[in-house]
Design a protein around this ligand. Structure first.
Ligand SMILES: Cc1ncc(COP(=O)(O)O)c(N)n1
Length: 249
């Protein structure tokens, strides 16, 4: 049987720890076929970020058009994206061309090395028009706080999860490694860490969201896919302290 396909729209990190290279390794390891559209090119290493060059929108449209003629992805994972307006345009096209597709958005605002992909005005409130087209967003605590106008992130989680699911990484900042899944009209699920002694590596958020995409494309169940993806990331982070960590462990 053909492997399920996941489409990734994300940035290029030449160090390979984050962005589409990390996504490609993850999809390959979990055993799904990946197709890729690059949203930006960057000059960065694991610890230093120098520049981000956005890919011309026309190139992105051309790549998407050809890919969607030849492949039917079950899941789309979107990573770094220029702004919410462009995100909405992409979501509209995906929903027309792939009515059954599931869409996961990792709302990356800042790299762990400190580079800001988004200015505050671009990312203050996610428009409802975007939320109704997305199935799952995977913010960390800083990202959910950036979408929060009055310091009450729980209210933001409640507002967003009326439309789409949220996988909140890190949950409360005090309980490192405890993640929470909020789904519309369902009780919250808490995922506790399973693997001890994880090392910090940049790009772990990219690996998590592409692992959820890969598992969902395989099993079509959100709760199980999130749990498997969390364990996948923890094993990857525990494998070595460097980016050479194995995606196969
Ligand atoms: C192209 C690209 N995409 C995503 C990230 C975020 O990863 P991190 O927060 O670990 O720096 C990044 N640094 N570069």
């Amino acid at each position: 049987m053909d492997k399920p396909t996941v489409l990734v729209i994300a940035g290029f990190d030449p160090s390979g720890g984050a962005g589409i290279i990390a996504d490609a390794k993850t999809l390959e390891t979990i055993g799904v076929q990946g197709i890729f559209v690059q949203s930006c090119n960057t000059i960065q290493s694991a610890t230093k970020f120098c520049e981000c060059y956005w890919i011309e929108e026309e190139i992105i449209w051309q790549q998407l058009e050809l890919l969607l003629k030849h492949y039917t992805p079950k899941v789309v994972k979107i990573g770094v994206i220029k702004n919410l307006d462009f995100l909405n345009q992409i979501l509209e096209v995906l929903k027309v061309k792939l009515p059954k597709v599931k869409i996961i958005w990792d709302p990356i605002i800042q790299s762990s090395s400190g580079y800001c992909f988004q200015t505050e005005k671009h990312f203050k409130k996610i428009p409802t028009s975007c939320l109704t087209k997305i199935d799952l967003i995977t913010p960390n605590f800083n990202e959910i706080s950036a979408f929060t106008l009055d310091d009450d992130y729980k209210k933001t989680v409640e507002d967003i999860s009326a439309y789409c699911s949220i996988y909140l990484k890190g949950g409360h900042r005090k309980e490192v490694g405890v993640d929470e899944l909020y789904q519309p009209n369902k009780p919250k699920i808490v995922y506790f860490p399973r693997v001890k002694d994880c090392n910090e590596k940049h790009g772990s958020g990219c690996v998590l969201s592409s692992a959820i995409a890969a598992y969902y494309a395989t099993f079509e169940k959100w709760e199980e896919s999130c749990e498997l993806a969390k364990t996948y990331v923890e094993r990857y982070l525990a494998s070595t302290p460097t980016l050479l960590g194995s995606h196969l462990k």
